[in-house]
Design a protein around this ligand. Structure first.
Ligand code: NAD
Ligand code: UD1
Length: 341
């Protein structure tokens, strides 16, 4: 059992990871400024697990507050989820994205050093492979050219963490490169709660299904893929969360500096997502085919071997599970955490 600090742990992936860490017997401490989340998610994590989370409302960039939190709790490892993540918004507000995402990382590293905490896992993204690398993506490939400031923050943070680990061999770092997380906890109590119009596919699909949006536009059907729509490696958020528990077990036992893909290795097209969602949930999703979205790649999927051999982790959930659980969350919480439930 260890004490794990989740920076940005009230968000979509952090809250699901908190459930799995608590179920595995770890203590969880969450620091979040709720800029893109609500403390309600943590209340529900406590309800699901019957265990308590120590929670702090604070900006990770606040050096003084963060130091006090680290001094108050004997932290064994940090998982760094805290960041702004909307690709389109990052193009409009690049400075806020660089400021928030880079500064959270630097402050965490400084405070960790001052408080003698030597293990950090970072939420990176498949986006760092860029356009140059062929699919499936393998961790040994060089980082590519990112298509937006959000992606660049991930690439830069990876570099910062690698340099910090090189300079300080007692610092252990695992960079987890997520592919496309969707789905929700099977209880339907926690899930993805995007603010405003969703940018990502699955929240858009569920909001059309629940009647909040009229119609999904599928961005492009002339890609060189089996049905002309883009291929992605969708991963159930609970599988992803379990990957973090495995990564924690590994980092607690090893002094390491590793990059690990968290994906299924199996790509699905946008049309397959919509059709599976409709079939599993017996509900229509109005959709039309539209123009390509700038910056989208035809295909993005993982070689997931390293996570299997190194962490002993493999995804267990199917695409049908992902579609069912996404819908279960949305229909139980049509307005996200603001719904009465
Ligand atoms: P999320 O927005 O739901 O969670 C991020 C959390 O960080 C939020 O609770 C937010 O309030 C908090 N936060 C942001 N800035 C903060 C700050 N300065 N101080 C304190 N808290 C702060 O996002 P998510 O989907 O759970 O993603 C978690 C991480 O994984 C992010 O870094 C994201 O970039 C990365 N990631 C996500 C995806 C995805 O598709 N969801 C894919 C690849 C990588
Ligand atoms: C995007 C980001 C990635 C980020 C991830 C999670 C890029 C290149 N990638 O991944 O960095 O980590 O979001 O925030 O920006 N689609 C539609 N209609 C919609 C929405 C999406 O057809 O309304 C399609 C897209 O064209 C894409 C697929 O669905 O083919 C998945 O899109 P999305 O959920 O936005 O994820 P990515 O673009 O893969």
């Amino acid at each position: 059992m260890a004490r794990i600090l989740l920076a940005g742990g009230a968000g979509y992936i952090g809250s699901h990871t908190a459930v799995e860490l608590l179920n595995a017997g770890h203590d969880v401490i969450v620091v979040d400024n709720y800029s893109n989340s609500s403390p309600e998610s943590l209340r529900r994590v406590e309800q699901i697990t019957g265990k308590q989370i120590k929670q702090y409302e604070a900006d990770i960039r606040n050096h003084e507050k963060l130091t006090a939190i680290f001094r108050e709790n004997k932290i064994d490892a940090v998982i760094h989820f805290a960041g702004l993540k909307a690709v389109g918004e990052s193009v409009q507000k690049p400075v806020s994205y660089y400021r928030n995402n880079i500064d959270t990382t630097l402050t965490l590293l400084e405070v960790m050093q001052e408080c003698d905490v030597k293990k950090i896992i970072f939420s990176s993204s498949a986006t760092v492979y860029g356009e140059e690398n062929p699919v499936p993506y393998v961790e040994t490939m060089k980082r590519g050219v990112c298509t937006n400031p959000y992606g660049w923050t991930k690439a830069m943070i990876e570099q910062i963490l690698e340099d910090a680990a090189k300079a300080n061999p007692s610092l252990s770092v695992i960079l987890l490169r997520y592919f496309n997380p969707i789905g929700a906890h099977e209880s339907g109590m926690i899930g993805e709660d995007p603010m405003g119009i969703p940018n990502n596919l699955m929240p858009y699909v569920t909001q059309v299904a629940v009647g909040k949006r009229e119609c999904l536009t599928i961005f492009g059907n002339d890609y060189p893929t089996k049905d002309g729509t883009c291929l992605r490696d969708y991963i159930h958020v609970v599988d992803l969360a379990k990957g973090h528990v495995k990564a924690i077990t590994y980092i607690l036992d090893h002094c390491c500096n590793e990059i690990i893909n968290l994906g299924t290795g199996t790509p699905y097209s946008v049309t397959e997502i919509v059709e599976t969602f409709e079939a599993v949930n017996h509900i229509r999703v109005n959709h039309v085919y539209g123009e390509r979205r700038a910056g989208d790649l035809p295909a993005c999927y993982a070689n997931a071997d390293k996570a299997h051999t190194m962490l002993g982790w493999k995804t267990e959930k199917t695409l049908a599970d992902m579609c069912r659980d996404s819908w279960n969350w949305q229909k139980n919480n049509p307005n996200g955490y603001n719904s009465k439930s």
